[in-house]
Design a protein around this ligand. Structure first.
Ligand SMILES: Cc1cc2nc3c(=O)[nH]c(=O)nc-3n(C[C@H](O)[C@H](O)[C@H](O)COP(=O)(O)OP(=O)(O)OC[C@H]3O[C@@H](n4cnc5c(N)ncnc54)[C@H](O)[C@@H]3O)c2cc1C
Length: 759
């Protein structure tokens, strides 16, 4: 018996089993999304960066037409997800890149998606039941890209649990197997494993769900993002790496050399009405649903390759879904799939795939809106009245499904993306999905390098699986706390800024005017219900190329996607802020407000609504403004102020205090030569200087050491001005608050048994 138990065979089996359990346990505990590491560095602003202006971008485009040395390697037409992804890829390989967009970046399909970063459970279902290998490959690739997506732009994307409600017992094993296959396919790139929920647990997690007939639910995980902000982040990343990108610049003609090969395009600035030629070694057509009109410019008799399919979405108030759980009904009354997802504080519900015609601003048809409401009603509890009046916004997006032009006419649509090179050398990339924008960019640039003969120009291979998008480096999940502590923002505003701008939120805050209230100190809201603040409008104009009111309300701030009526109310103030920065005339302001009202009509605003009147100011306000006494500073003074205030806490300092600190610091540093072009003061000098400042006389060496530890500067030997201000800010709190020693003396220890059961 003893020998049998300890035989070599049994020992091997036991060892293997123990190893498997330990390995499995380790893998389970370490699965799930990896978040960027937080550090003390993420508590303070990153170095400020102001992108080149739109005028500089247009000048660079003009120059390429007149001087061969300024010719671009590639010119990309279309500033949606696809074009922006190609631009990031090409510029990070060392190519000279230009991108032109006829409307605004992300104004097409890329701002109107379901906002999922997903492999697609419904595609997996098809792959299995129709034994479709192409479909399987599509899901596999998208799951791989999902992981990269969440790592390269961690602040703009998040993991979202999605519930599949089960109303029949046979659905339990069916959907369970499907979800587990989805997990397995993702492999080590899976987010969290799917799980089964009892009826009680399902209703606890999603109380709005209809309980009648419910037998349980399955929960699986996918990613979610803010599509147009992601698109803008891609454009700004490309610009940071040196690309030239211009919105409101339309390609009106393709230019060819004597042999019929493309060597540039003619563009029109749709805001100024001017036209000129742009020269490039190669041209890439990334115009999504508008691919065919572009191909017609190249060859008027070309065979159409895009079959647009529309998908509509509606936005409902937040009480329609829990804040952190989505819902998917894979089999609606007419066989379509419907999503019901929390997004930016509200709920979006949408269905996909209805064949449609191509148009610039498609409108969600009323019957489609009612169909979604009907479906929503089917799985919500009867005590929830689903009202048409609860539809806050509605929009329609066009999916560019593609057909291979080289294939026979009977061939079906290509479900993935497709790269196609015309005889003239025009390289077209179309189809695919948001989730796979990066892989599409990589494939396109690989092909472009070959077709355009750019082998000698690239400096490296594709790096976009590692390139973190702008705003990611100094972002951490707790960064919003730093914003509150520095700027005195409301918590929801701080979270919203951190989640939409990443580390650029510091710059947004530096543009925020004081509220004039006890709390919050900064962050005047555009609408009281939503966390969007006026500073975002200024930031959009100065740092993200917003040129029209629609650019701001639709693509930079997402208010029009959340609530069209509330957006209408904000228009006069948005126009006013933009007019200050862009020097708009009265007639331009009027045209902007009319254009924005028309746009809101395509976002579900009832027809016949008149544009709100522009803001008017009283005689006294105008008088002060004329005398230059208002906050409307000249643009030069404003640039200086922005640069200075960018990194300092205005919550902690009185007006003029920063300037006084700056003068004192500069006076002291003039005694020393500059180190590496930056003026710094040694550790001992800093405390010496601080003690000599008015109001800081009581600062002790101990306070100083304490603050250095708190700020993360304990190991530093010298300090620049920003760091000096940070130390002063922290010391100010200590000097003005009760002395720590007194507090310690008052605090007597309470024995655990008398602590009242608390921790
Ligand atoms: C309803 C719906 C829901 C979706 N949901 C998801 C989802 O949840 N997850 C996912 O991964 N994918 C989703 N997708 C797919 C995804 O949104 C698209 O694949 C992607 O946005 C397409 O991007 P694009 O850049 O190719 O096209 P677009 O975003 O349409 O960009 C093309 C751009 O080209 C510009 N342009 C056109 N002509 C010219 C010209 N002559 N000169 C200059 N510029 C020009 C246009 O103005 C436009 O901005 C969804 C699609 C739809 C329709």
């Amino acid at each position: 018996m003893h020998r049998r138990i300890f035989s070599r065979r049994s020992l091997t089996i036991v060892s293997l089993a123990t190893g498997t359990v330990l390995g499995g346990g380790y893998h389970y505990l370490n699965s799930g999304p990896s978040y960027p590491l937080s550090s003390k560095e993420t508590r303070r602003p990153p170095p400020p960066w102001t992108p080149p202006s739109r005028k500089e971008m247009l000048d660079a485009l003009v120059k390429s037409g007149s001087s061969p040395a300024d010719e671009f390697d590639v010119l990309i037409i279309g500033g949606g997800a696809t074009g922006a992804g190609v631009a990031v890829d090409a510029v990070t390989r060392g190519l000279k890149v230009a991108l032109v967009e006829r409307d605004d970046f992300s104004s097409g399909t890329s701002s109107k998606s379901t906002k999922l970063v997903h492999g697609g459970v419904r595609y997996l279902q098809k792959a299995v039941f129709e034994l479709d290998y192409e479909q399987y490959k599509l899901v596999k690739e998208a799951l791989h890209e999902r992981k990269i997506f969440l790592q390269t732009a961690p602040y703009l994307s998040n993991m979202l649990p999605i519930m599949l409600p089960l109303y029949k017992y046979w659905q339990v094993p069916y959907y369970w197997i499907g979800c587990k296959m989805y997990d397995i396919l993702a492999g080590k790139e899976n987010m969290e494993t799917s799980y089964l929920m009892t009826k009680g647990k399902a209703l606890e997690a999603f109380p709005m769900l209809k309980s009648d007939g419910l037998v349980g639910a399955l929960v699986y995980y996918d990613g979610q993002h803010n599509d147009s902000r992601m698109n803008i982040a891609l454009i700004m990343t490309a610009v940071k790496y040196g690309a030239v990108a211009a919105n409101h610049t339309e390609v009106v003609k393709l230019l060819k050399d004597a042999s019929g090969k493309l060597n540039g395009v003619r563009v029109r600035d749709n805001l100024a009405g001017k036209e000129w030629d742009v020269k490039a070694r190669g041209v890439i057509n990334a115009t999504g649903p508008f691919t065919d009109p572009l191909l017609t410019l190249d060859n008027p008799s070309h065979k159409p390759i895009v079959q647009p399919s529309s998908g509509i979405h509606i936005t409902l108030p937040n009480y329609y879904s829990p804040r952190t759980m989505g819902l998917l009904d894979p089999a609606t009354s007419d066989g379509r799939v419907i999503f019901f997802l929390p997004w930016q504080g509200n709920t979006i519900a949408g269905a996909t795939d209805t064949p449609a015609a191509v148009e610039a601003e498609p409108k969600a048809p009323e019957e489609e809106i009612r169909w979604i409401l009907e479906e929503v009603r089917r799985y919500l509890s009867p005590d929830i009245k689903v009202r048409r009046g609860d539809v806050l916004s509605a929009w329609s997006g066009l999916r560019p499904l593609v057909r291979n032009p080289s294939a026979s006419t009977t061939e079906g649509l290509v479900r993935n993306h497709m790269i196609y090179v015309s005889d003239s050398g025009l390289l077209t990339i179309a189809g695919g999905k948001w989730t796979t924008y990066r892989a599409m960019g990589e494939e396109t640039v690989d092909e472009a390098v070959k077709v355009f003969g750019l082998e000698g120009k690239v400096t490296n291979g594709c790096v976009t699986d590692r390139v973190r998008l702008i705003g990611s480096d100094g972002w951490s999940r707790n960064m919003f706390i730093g914003l509150i502590q520095r700027y005195g923002l409301s918590t929801d505003v701080a979270k919203h800024l951190a989640e939409n701008y990443g580390d650029r939120a510091w710059t947004v805050c530096s543009l925020a005017e004081p509220t004039g209230q006890l709390w919050p100190l900064h962050g005047i809201r555009l609408n009281l219900q939503y966390p969007f603040i006026e500073a975002e409008v200024r930031y959009a104009v100065r740092h993200e190329y917003a040129q029209t009111v629609v650019d701001v309300i639709a693509r930079r701030c997402r208010l029009s996607f959340l609530n069209a009526q509330a957006t209408l109310g904000t228009l006069p103030r948005v126009v006013e802020i933009m007019a200050e920065d862009l020097n708009w005339s009265h007639s331009r302001q009027q045209a902007e407000i009319e254009r924005a009202t028309k746009f809101l009509a395509s976002m579900g605003l009832p027809p016949g609504i008149e544009p709100p009147p522009l803001k008017t100011h009283s005689f006294m306000e105008k008088f002060w403004a004329f005398g230059g006494f208002t906050a409307r500073a000249s643009s030069e003074a404003r640039t200086l102020r922005v640069a200075r205030e960018m990194v300092y806490s205005r919550a902690q300092f009185e007006a003029g205090e920063i300037s006084a600190l700056h003068d004192a610091f500069t006076a002291r540093t003039q005694q020393y030569p500059a180190v590496e072009e930056e003026t710094r003061l040694g550790r001992a000098d800093v405390i010496d200087l601080i003690k000599s400042l008015k109001g800081y006389e009581g600062v002790s060496q101990k306070d100083y050491e304490y603050v250095l530890t708190e700020t993360g500067f304990a190991g530093k030997s010298d300090f620049n001005f920003d760091e000096f201000v940070e130390v002063c800010g922290e010391l100010r709190d200590i000097v003005l608050s009760p002395a720590p020693k007194a507090l310690v003396a008052e605090r007597s220890r309470i024995p655990v048994e008398k602590s009242g059961g608390g921790v």
